[in-house]
Design a protein around this ligand. Structure first.
Ligand code: FE
Ligand code: MN
Length: 331
């Protein structure tokens, strides 16, 4: 009995559980419960309204990241509910998917809260995925990669169809949440380290912690489908996936340069690009593919940025305590 569509699976019978990692990710998600309103925005509002605190470069970076994330979160939510949930019938995985869908609603709410408190023009922010080419290209890349799976007649029966489904999972979990989110995370957290827009920065930290669990679940799901259907993992398919992820790194590098052309105090945009390469190598390894860049982490502080006082035993920062699926080398 497998993790995907299977007539012998009763989707309502969650006990006994077969995939304990799915249960652990669910618990990790619950342990990181938060809402955007818990984070005060007064200082951010003062800085945003002041003419002297933020440079034009910093304002551009903030706008680009709000513009990208405001719509990327709902693209991800739609994929979970309309594509992944239909085909992953295993009940403990579905329990996690419901939790993840809730977290995506929280993330969507975060950007509503940011627009409201800073007094941003919603038509501008929520259209940036059409009007800003470096954002549009990222979203279109993922949507193109995954559109087969949205066909109501799509089924995961043949080898080719399972490959299409895995391509969808890689598109959303590994590329969208695992690569396309990370230049933005690094930029907003770098700004926070300079004491700028610390409320939004803290919200990005909460989101990053959620996303790292989404990514971990997605990789466990992908690896389980691979081990249950080993015929899909051909050398050609592996080459295709490597090519797609390398293309994603290019798109993310273009985005990083566009969002932050001059760099930030003490940081140039090449470092954001190196960070994306470093993060992409971790994703390659996590799904059983060779590292492509062997770039060193230019921002070692990123892995400790998620160590909030609210939940200090989180696996991003205490990697050795996190052993549900034997993946101790993860960020
Ligand atoms: Fe999210
Ligand atoms: Mn997510």
């Amino acid at each position: 009995m497998g993790i995907m569509n299977n007539s012998s699976t009763d989707p309502n019978k969650i006990l006994p559980m077969k995939y304990k990692w799915a249960r652990q990710h669910y618990k990790d998600g619950v342990a990181n419960n938060w809402t955007p309103e818990e984070v005060g925005m007064q200082k951010d509002v003062e800085q945003w309204k002041s003419d002297s605190v933020l440079s034009e470069t910093e304002r551009r970076l903030i706008m680009w990241n709000l513009g990208f994330f405001s719509t990327a979160e709902s693209l991800t939510a739609n994929n979970i509910v309309l594509a992944v949930y239909r085909h992953v019938t295993n009940p403990e995985c579905r329990q996690y998917l419901l939790r993840q869908a809730f977290e995506e609603a929280i993330h969507t709410d975060t950007f509503i809260y940011c627009c409201d408190t800073l007094g941003l023009d919603p038509d501008e922010i929520y259209n940036m995925y059409n009007t800003i080419p470096s954002i549009k290209e990222k979203d279109e890349f993922v949507v193109d990669l995954t559109k087969n799976v949205f066909d109501p007649n799509f089924k995961t029966e043949t080898t080719e169809d399972i490959q299409k489904f895995v391509r969808d999972l890689i598109g959303y979990y590994v590329i969208m949440e695992g690569i396309f989110f990370y230049a933005g995370f690094a930029m907003m957290l770098a700004l926070k380290r300079q004491n700028k827009m610390i409320g939004i920065g803290e919200q990005f930290e909460f989101i990053m912690r959620d996303e790292s669990v989404h990514l971990a679940f997605g990789c466990d799901l992908i690896n389980t489908i691979k081990s249950e259907n080993p015929e899909i993992w051909t050398p050609e398919f592996q080459e295709e996936i490597i090519g797609l992820m390398r293309k994603a790194v290019e798109l993310e590098s273009t985005y990083a340069r566009d969002a932050c052309p001059q760099g930030l105090l003490g940081i140039n945009s090449d470092q954001f690009i190196k960070y994306v390469e470093y993060i992409a190598d971790r994703r390659f390894e996590r799904i059983g593919l060779p590292k492509q860049y062997k770039t060193e982490n230019p921002f070692p502080w990123m892995s400790s940025s998620t160590d909030l006082s609210k939940e200090k035993n989180f696996f991003e920062t205490r990697v050795t305590e996190y052993q549900t699926s034997g993946n101790l080398d993860w960020d």
